[in-house]
Ligand binder design. Sequence first.
Ligand SMILES: Cc1cc2nc3c(=O)[nH]c(=O)nc-3n(C[C@H](O)[C@H](O)[C@H](O)COP(=O)(O)O)c2cc1C
Length: 322
Amino acid sequence: MLPWFQDRFPLYLAPMAGVTDQIFRTLCKEQGADVMVTEFVSAEGIFRKNARTIEYLEFTPAERPLGVQLFGADPDHLGEAARRVRDWVGPDFLDLNFGCPVNKVVSRNGGSALLKDLPLLERVARSVVQAAAPCPVTAKIRIGWSRDAVNALETAKILEDAGIQALAVHGRTKDQAYGGEADWEVIGEVAQSVRIPVIGNGDIKTAHDAARRKCETPVAGLMIGRAAMSSPWIFHEIKSYFATGQLPPPPTLAAQWELVRRHCALAIEARGAERPAIHSLRARLMAYAHGMPGAKTLRSRFAVMESLTQLDEIIAASLAEV
Ligand SMILES: Cc1cc2nc3c(=O)[nH]c(=O)nc-3n(C[C@H](O)[C@H](O)[C@H](O)COP(=O)(O)O)c2cc1C
């Protein structure tokens, strides 16, 4: 049993390409997220070992337990990539992506494409489990390719038999992309049908959602993605709610801004250049604006913001209005 499931009900930060970089993972860890997964990396990226890939693989000890997520469709390549990652950075686990619906990935048979080819998915899983040993391997799936091809139970059984040690299930089909709703009934059936821990994922937006899913399905943990983008403190709220049955007071606006500003300052420091760092943070700032008073005005100001000084002006104006 992976140690973070022993006597605990871990909260995972969902892997999100372009979002869950080292800075954001650290902020979420501070807020109580238990387990981190990197943005996905291709086997070919590992072989090339270019600057981008190295950046994806960087993490700090404080982020542990942490998994590196791999995607691809060639069992031998993925096995070799897993072995190299294990030896380079020593993650706590490797995670296989069998859920990505993006065309660029699916057209190369990666991500959710493997849900349509279970013999290949099995070969990928077995190859990586063998090559990565003794590093544990986990996987993340969607419930199937389409509504009429929901095969999560079969997929889960194959992965368990292949030696996968925990399974995150996003309750959508590939065809749904991010539309509609996650199907927690199927997630519950999967959790019931295998012995390995199943982590439920999809549409957890509040501590109440988390409590309901924990109570109604036999999952061993929960994974939170988009809600953390606008409210990283959701992990703290869920933990307090689980522990006391009460919601903690929401973070003050000043505390929210403190986190946003720190995110920006750390990104500028990491990039070594203010303007490009702020530009690449725009989408992230838009997400933070969600739920803040005057979100519309904030978004239009973020759209033209170029410096930390301007952010400070935006923060001062926002705090003066409440
Ligand atoms: C911007 C974005 C990037 C994502 N990138 C990945 C990824 O690299 N690997 C992965 O397994 N899932 C990825 N996902 C899916 C999430 O991990 C998660 O399964 C999905 O967002 C549903 O959870 P949520 O409703 O809590 O957001 C991504 C989702 C988003 C929104």
